[in-house]
Design a protein around this ligand. Structure first.
Ligand SMILES: NC(=O)c1ccc[n+]([C@@H]2O[C@H](COP(=O)([O-])OP(=O)(O)OC[C@H]3O[C@@H](n4cnc5c(N)ncnc54)[C@H](O)[C@@H]3O)[C@@H](O)[C@H]2O)c1
Length: 251
């Protein structure tokens, strides 16, 4: 399929995991893609892997830094001449008991997971408004933005913030033809989950709680992003689409 032919997208945090899978899917759907990541080596490897699927440009930097957000949008426009889709995917999480969660960890989580989406979303939306052809902004939330999970206070709060930021952006940007939605994945097995301690016993116990009895893959989530970015979703705006194998369906 080439549902994104002629479209130009920015995808943040695409050095690995879900962001990289979204970049691959978008390239396969015909888009030109700018990817960014904080980790230079990871980004370079991703760009090399993705090049066989299409035209990809890589920019290293921190999405919580306003100057990098400005530069990312400017450089993407220099390369593509147009910006149609922004995917705010980059995110981090600290597993810490509430009683010992530090202020530094709170601030960093909010900056990367929430402030970056405001900064890049605002800059991308200004460009899209100026272009006059509408656009699509997709923010990465989480089931943790819908229901809290222990030891993730800052992460949960940041993802709940993403959901309301998304709704506000959708309401204000709709008149310019800009659709804004967020995606709320449940348990997706990525390097992040492995680093957070998801060993085989944890995975088995967790998937037992999921009605579909499996964890999600980055490709499951990328397929949803491609649909939401495409014209097939042209009347969908201001929602959080949960992709969790049915986990939140049970109390
Ligand atoms: N894996 C899951 O189960 C799951 C579930 C729900 C939501 N999510 C969300 O999906 C997104 C991607 O998660 P993932 O599992 O692929 O994680 P990941 O750690 O595998 O990938 C995230 C990428 O973002 C990059 N990144 C981190 N901080 C950055 C910054 N300040 N600037 C630029 N890049 C930065 C990292 O270097 C990394 O390459 C995150 O927002 C996460 O909260 C993940």
């Amino acid at each position: 399929m080439s549902r994104l032919a002629g479209k130009h997208a920015i995808i943040t945090g695409a050095g690995r995991g879900i962001g990289k899978a979204i970049a691959q899917k978008f390239l396969q759907e015909g888009a030109e893609v700018a990817i960014c990541d904080l980790v230079q080596g990871r980004l370079e490897q991703a760009a090399t892997d993705l090049e066989k699927h299409g035209d990809v440009h890589a920019f290293a930097g921190d999405v919580a830094d306003q100057r990098f957000c400005d530069a990312l949008v400017t450089q993407t426009l220099d390369r593509f001449g147009q910006l149609d889709i922004l995917v705010n995917n980059a995110g981090i999480g600290y597993f810490k008991p509430f009683l010992t969660h530090s202020e530094t960890e709170w601030d960093e989580t909010m900056a990367v997971n929430l402030k970056s989406m405001f900064l890049l979303g605002q800059r991308a939306a200004r460009v899209m408004k100026e272009q006059g052809e509408g656009g699509v902004i997709l923010n990465m939330a989480s089931t943790n933005g819908h229901a809290g999970e222990q030891q993730l206070a800052a992460y949960n709060a940041s993802k709940a913030g993403v959901i309301l930021l998304t709704k506000t952006m959708a309401a204000e940007l709709g008149p310019y033809g800009i659709r804004v939605n967020c995606v709320s994945p449940g348990f997706i097995l990525t390097e992040l989950a492995r680093e957070a301690g998801a060993d085989e016993a944890y995975i088995a116990a967790y998937t037992e709680k999921i009605p579909l009895k499996r964890y999600g893959t980055p490709e499951d989530v990328a397929n949803l992003y491609a649909f939401l970015a495409s014209e097939e979703a042209s009347f969908i705006s201001g929602v959080s689409v949960i992709i969790d194998g049915g986990q939140l369906a049970e109390g």
